[in-house]
Design a protein around this ligand. Structure first.
Ligand code: SAM
Length: 327
C-alpha cells in the first residue's frame, strides 16, 4: 500500500492516453498537430501498460483512462485488455461518447468496467456550439449502448456554465427521476479555470451550492453515504432512482481524501491536478531504466503530493487545458 506524506492511501492512477480530441469544447483546448504534444513523445501502449504494472505492485488497483479523447487512440482496446489483465479491479474511462456506440461492446469485452460520458447540453444546436461541432444524437446513442452493454454505472459529466447551459440543470437532474432500466448518474462539475475559447471568467462558474439551490424545486436532495474517497459528493432526489453527484473543485477542497496520481500523455507523472510539479518517467524508460528505477519515480510522485490544492494560488490562476493534464 502506498501512503503519501499526509497518510493518504494512493491507490488510483489516471492516465491521459492522448492529448488529441475530436471536439473543441469552449472550456478546453485539446492538442492538435501544431500545438499538441509531438506524436513521437506520446507514450506507447506498452509503456502505459508497464507503468500500470509497476503502479499495481505498490497498491494501485483503480485506473481511469482519459485524455484528450481516449477513444481516438487506435490501440485503445489493447490498452484496456492489457491493463485489465494486471488485476486492476476498477478500470474506467472518460469519453466524449462520440465513438461509444461502436466501441462500448468491444471495450466491455476487453475488460473495461465502466464509463463517464461528458455531456453539457441536451439541445442538439447548443451541444454543437459548446463542443465546436459535436453531434448530440451520436453521444446519446453511445450512452444508450454503454448502458445496454453494462458498462455500469454510466456517469454523465455536466459542467454548468452561467449564461451558456445553466438553464438545463433541471433537465439533467430530472433524468435521474426517469423510470429508465438503468438509472442515470449525473455529475455536476464546477467550471475550473483553464484554457479554452471561453477564456476564464469566474462568474461563469456555478458553485455546487447554487446548483443545489436550483434543484430545490424538484424536491429534497437526500445525501448518500460518503465512501471516503474521490471528489464526488452524491445525493438522490427524493423518490428518484438515479444519483446526482457534485464535484466542487472550485468552491471546496477535497484534498484530505485524495487518493490519486496522474500520468499525462507524454509520460509525466503529476502528483496533483493543480500543482505544476511533473516527474518525467518517459525519458528514463526510453533510456533503459529498470523496473526498480521506474518504481522509485512512482514513489517520488506519491511522496510529492501536496497537502492541499493550489486553485486560487497565483501560480495556478489558470490551469493548462484539461486535455493536456488528463481531466
Ligand atoms: N474527451 C473526454 C471527455 O470529453 O470526457 C475526456 C477528457 S475531458 C478533458 C474530461 C472531463 O474534463 C470532461 O468531463 C470535461 O467536461 C472536463 N473539463 C474539461 N475542462 C474543464 C474545465 N475547465 N472545468 C471543468 N471541467 C472541465
Amino acid at each position: 500500500m502506498a501512503l503519501d506524506s499526509f497518510n493518504r492511501e494512493i491507490d488510483y492512477l489516471r492516465i491521459s492516453v492522448t492529448d488529441r480530441c475530436s471536439l473543441r469544447c469552449i472550456y478546453c483546448k485539446p492538442g492538435d498537430r501544431a500545438s499538441g504534444f509531438p506524436e513521437n513523445q506520446i507514450l506507447s501502449a506498452e509503456e502505459i501498460v508497464r507503468v500500470v504494472r509497476l503502479a499495481r505492485s505498490f497498491g494501485v488497483w483503480k485506473v481511469r483512462l482519459t485524455g484528450g479523447e481516449p477513444l481516438l487512440r487506435p490501440e485503445i482496446l489493447d490498452i484496456v485488455r492489457s491493463i485489465k489483465a494486471l488485476d486492476i479491479r476498477d478500470l474506467s474511462l472518460t469519453t466524449n461518447g462520440l465513438r461509444l456506440e461502436e466501441l462500448a461492446a468491444p471495450l466491455k469485452e476487453a475488460g473495461l468496467d465502466r464509463v463517464n460520458v461528458s455531456l453539457d447540453s441536451l439541445s442538439a444546436r447548443r451541444y454543437r456550439e459548446i463542443t465546436g461541432g459535436g453531434r448530440l444524437e451520436q453521444v446519446l446513442s453511445g450512452i444508450g449502448e454503454a448502458q445496454r452493454i453494462g458498462l455500469q454505472p454510466v456517469k454523465i459529466n455536466m459542467v454548468p456554465i452561467r449564461g451558456i447551459n445553466d438553464d438545463e440543470i433541471l433537465s439533467f437532474a430530472r433524468l435521474t427521476q426517469e423510470d429508465a432500466p438503468e438509472p442515470y448518474h449525473i455529475r455536476f462539475i464546477e467550471l475550473m479555470p483553464s484554457e479554452g475559447r471561453l477564456g476564464w471568467q469566474k462568474n461563469r462558474c456555478l458553485t455546487t451550492r447554487e446548483v443545489m439551490e436550483r434543484l430545490e424545486s424538484l424536491g429534497p436532495l437526500m445525501k448518500l453515504p460518503f465512501r471516503g474517497k474521490g471528489p464526488s459528493r452524491n445525493y438522490r432526489l427524493k423518490g428518484a432512482k438515479g444519483i446526482i453527484g457534485f464535484i466542487s473543485a472550485v468552491s471546496h477542497s477535497f484534498c484530505y481524501c485524495c487518493n490519486r496520481i496522474r500520468l499525462d500523455a507524454i509520460g509525466r507523472l503529476k502528483p496533483c491536478l493543480f500543482s505544476k510539479t511533473r516527474i518525467d518517467i518517459a525519458s528514463p524508460m526510453r533510456q533503459g531504466a529498470d523496473d526498480e528505477e521506474v518504481l522509485r519515480l512512482l514513489a517520488l510522485a506519491v511522496e510529492s503530493k501536496p497537502e492541499g490544492n493550489y486553485l486560487g494560488h497565483p501560480e495556478t490562476a489558470s490551469l493548462p487545458s484539461m486535455s493536456r493534464i488528463g481531466g
